[in-house]
Design a protein around this ligand. Structure first.
Ligand code: GLA
Length: 536
């Protein structure tokens, strides 16, 4: 499990260097048994898929983890130890990990934060009584020290029905993993929504949505949701958009979108299909070296939306160097009509001419200029590397900021499972009235409920005007601070919930990276759409 700290800073962290020579590990790449095989798994199937990863060249492309999901257990014995289903796994789970390791691959395990795993809900008797609750330390010791597994996905079906507090139970599990002699366990929290910023401190990755399946609306929902969770990925801790359904029935256009959006958001890339039965074009998408490089980039960050036309979204992130000359761009048409979109090079963060490299065709495009036009079919995407001279970023979306008290547990979770949260937490809302389609609301009211742009860049430092785009139906206050110094308290009133107005604050920015915080520990703040930063 990687060291964690809540602040997503832009400098190299001081954690010890990884085997890769990097400061932190990239998102994991591999295969998982769940999406295709569900609980119908066995030693032969798992080892057969490990062989297929190698045969298809996927392991050479970086897909190293072979993750066993739900369905290998047969209850818990009187001695408290998990019993393995010996029909499926006659040699036990250590033998499977050993076979995977003997192939030069890594092995992944699965459990639940509560008493039962998710399979207990619909494929009884699987999963009953085999969750971690009450057995955290013994189960972790067995899986990671005795059996030698390298990855751990922890679900929450059992935790949900026991109504466990997610933060304390997942933290306890993280502590149990940390107490093992095996120090290389990659920990994935599977709570089906963004659980809260606490997860960044304890996990290497966390699921952000409900289960993926071969359905366009599901894919689109996952992509859109992750567009506004970008501030939480960083420093070796990643939003997990769920397993890849590539090779399971999506059209080639949808698979391009699927792969490109997972890669630009630095999501773990875990293939979910039967590797012995998938179309050739899917294998090529999975092995696309330019997209894999985008996903595994050493900065390990996610990409906010910088331009939007209807349902076509332009996402961009730095690659290799913060504020450097190379950026990754994905333009995704999530709509139902072919779109012609003129991508504005300034919105991508560049001044004037740029070089545009096509990550699907593996060649440079002829266009060089201040904009370039793309025709994109419905559900399809384009992916590029763009290089050129950088502009100082001027627009910072509120939904791309770090919201300290952000959690989706009480908002987008199952209706039947609403916790009575008394403490307000921020909300991201979709609205055609806001710039990139989203705005944030319900900030303020207690000390921890603040919003921070941590990546406000100034080449030389100096005097700037920050324009905050806000809305609120009555007068509300917000404190603005820059790099920890209070600069202003604004009293704002736009007259309506979605009536956007701009409030200006003069500030001094330091050379390099700056942090701008909006807070009000006592009362609710206005809603915010974005902040524009202009040099005086
Ligand atoms: C949940 C998870 C899935 C899978 C199943 C196993 O639904 O979200 O990814 O692990 O449980 O039962």
């Amino acid at each position: 499990m990687a060291l964690a700290f809540t602040a997503i800073s832009l400098c190299a962290c001081s954690a010890p260097k990884k085997e890769s020579g990097r400061d932190f590990d990239p998102p994991i790449m591999g295969w998982s048994s769940w999406n295709h095989f569900h609980t119908e798994i066995s030693e032969d199937i798992i080892v057969g898929q490990a062989d297929a990863l190698i045969r298809l060249g996927l392991s050479d492309a970086g897909y190293k983890y072979v993750n066993i999901d739900d369905g290998f257990t047969d209850g818990r014995g009187e001695d408290g130890r998990i019993r393995i289903d010996t029909v499926k796994f006659p040699n036990g789970m250590k033998a499977v990990a050993d076979s995977i390791h003997a192939r030069g691959l890594k092995a992944g395990m699965y459990s639940d934060a509560g008493d039962n795993t998710c399979a207990s809900l619909n494929v009884k008797p699987y999963g009953l009584g085999v969750g971690l609750y009450g057995h955290e330390y013994e189960d972790c010791k067995m899986m990671f020290d005795e059996w030698g597994y390298d990855f751990f996905k922890v679900d929450n079906c059992g935790g949900r029905h026991l109504d466990l507090d997610e933060k304390s139970q997942f933290t306890k599990i993280a502590e149990a993993i940390a107490a093992c002699d095996n120090k290389n366990v990659n920990f994935n929290v599977c709570r089906w929504v963004f659980p809260g910023t606490w997860v960044i401190d304890i996990a290497d990755s966390w699921r952000t949505t409900h289960d993926i399946w071969v359905n366009w609306e599901t894919l689109k929902t996952i992509i859109k949701e992750n567009m506004y969770l970008v501030a939480y990925t960083g420093n070796g801790h990643y939003n997990d958009m769920d397993m890849l359904e590539i090779g399971m029935g999506f059209t080639p256009a949808e698979e391009r979108t699927h792969m490109a959006c997972w890669c630009i958001q630095s999501s773990p890339l875990v293939v979910g299909c039967d590797l012995n039965n998938m179309p050739d074009y899917s294998i090529e998408f999975l092995k696309n070296p330019d997209l894999i490089a985008m996903d595994q980039d050493r900065l390990g960050i996610a990409a906010p939306v910088v331009q939007k036309e209807g349902e076509t979204y332009v996402m961009v992130k730095d690659m290799e160097q913060f504020n450097g000359p190379k950026r990754a761009v994905v333009v995704a048409n999530l709509g139902e009509e072919t779109t012609s979109i003129t991508v504005d090079v300034a919105a991508l963060g560049f001044k004037g001419n740029v070089k545009v490299y096509d990550c699907f065709k593996h060649e440079f495009r002829p266009e060089l200029g201040e904009s370039f036009t793309l025709e994109i079919a419905p559900h399809d995407s384009e992916a590029f590397y763009v290089t050129g001279k950088r502009l100082e970023q001027s627009v910072y979306q509120a939904e791309a900021a770090f919201m300290n008290a952000y959690t989706e547990i009480n908002e987008q979770d199952y209706e039947s499972y609403r916790r009575p949260y008394e403490i307000p937490s921020p909300r991201v809302r979709e609205s055609a009235s806001s710039e990139m389609g989203y705005y944030v609301t319900e900030l303020g009211g207690w000390a921890e409920n603040w919003l921070e742009w941590r990546n406000v860049y100034s080449e030389k430092g100096g005097k700037y005007v920050l324009s905050l785009r806000y809305a609120c139906p009555e007068s509300r206050n917000v404190s603005v601070s820059v790099n920890g110094q209070d600069v202003s308290v604004l009293s704002l009133n736009s007259g309506d919930e979605l009536e956007w107005k701009d409030a200006n604050v003069s500030v001094k920015l330091s050379k390099g990276w700056n942090t701008v915080r909006l807070s009000n520990p006592m009362e609710k703040m206005p809603s915010f759409d974005c902040m524009t930063v202009k040099k005086m």
